[in-house]
Write a new protein. Sequence first.
Length: 94
Amino acid sequence: MAGFEKIQVLRDRIDDIDSQIAALLDRRASVAAEVGKIKTGEGLAIYDPRRESEVLTRVALEARTLSTDDMQLIYRCILDISRRYLERLEMLEK
């Protein structure tokens, strides 16, 4: 297999992985929305710094190829987007 063909095969694999990541992020948002509804019903804040710290610590320990800093950066973005999503949902329900 020529170099360009190998690149295309690898890019196809990356595309498949990207599709899986997108689907998982969507599932994560749905579950987070369920948590947000419970929090709102109980009068709790959406933002829970202790929980976010736990998530960041856990994903840092799971980092293999990426550095722990890079993994935490990715998850800080995910958590921030998730929090903004939940806040928008909360505003829509009022």
